[in-house]
Design a protein around this ligand. Structure first.
Ligand code: HEC
Length: 199
């Protein structure tokens, strides 16, 4: 009587299953730590919060063939130089405001949310703010009274007033400035809102 070959035995396949499971688990652990490192503020892709003290640009990198953030020299926000702790407090006030006021009901942030209004990931860099000198004042006015300062970009859609205080609006602007410095692998290039239905 011939013996069952080793590769066809039950014990062999049990061992294979155990090794494959253990290997996959290990890869998952490594990837988790890698993701944490890449998504924590202060790393290469996600800048430290104090980046709000600097000039931020987003330009096509011909070599990589994608848009990349360019962090320049000092460009203070609201004329103040924030320490890392102050910057973190302001950015997180802004982030909490976007959560409390449910901005994702209409907008996307880093691609998450609804497609009714423009993606906010690079809103800080929107040419629509006319001039970089006036940008933060314009954003502040807009956020505190978006109905009055609506620009609508030809969509006819307006943002409703959300009763945002000046402090919250400043936080949102700091949050948006910080977010614009994130290397998003080119996003949101070519990403637009859903077309308005013809009425
Ligand atoms: C009910 C839908 C709605 C909600 C909720 C909403 N927005 Fe908007 N938002 C819009 C629309 C529509 C526009 C484009 C029209 C305009 O700019 O006047 C806009 C424009 C903007 C812009 C300008 C974008 C650019 O690229 O210039 C910013 C910044 C912004 N919203 C921030 C926010 C923040 C922050 C929140 C939450 C606190 C929020 N929005 C909540 C509808 C909304």
């Amino acid at each position: 009587m011939s013996e069952t070959p080793r590769w066809a035995s039950e014990s062999f396949w049990k061992k294979v299953a155990i090794w494959v499971t253990a290997g996959s688990f290990l890869i998952l652990v490594i990837l988790t730590f890698d993701t944490l490192e890449q998504t924590t503020a202060g790393g290469e892709r996600v800048q430290a919060y104090s980046v709000i003290n600097q000039n931020i640009d987003y330009q096509m990198n011909e070599k990589l063939n994608k848009f990349m953030p360019i962090i320049g020299g000092e460009e203070l926000l609201f004329g103040k130089k924030y320490t890392e702790e102050e910057a973190e407090a302001l950015v997180s006030l802004g982030k909490k405001t976007t959560q409390a006021k449910n901005c994702m009901n209409c907008h996307t942030l880093l691609g998450n949310g609804a497609y009714y209004a423009p993606d906010l990931t690079k809103a800080w860099l929107d040419q629509g703010w006319l001039s970089t000198d006036l940008r933060e004042d314009q954003m502040l006015r807009f956020l505190m009274d978006p109905e009055k300062y609506a620009r609508t970009f030809g969509t006819g859609r307006k943002m409703p007033n959300l009763d945002i205080t000046e402090e919250e609006a400043k936080g949102v602007i700091a949050f948006l400035k910080w977010m614009s410095a994130i290397d998003t692998n080119g996003f949101p290039y070519n990403f637009t809102t859903i077309e308005a239905e013809v009425e």
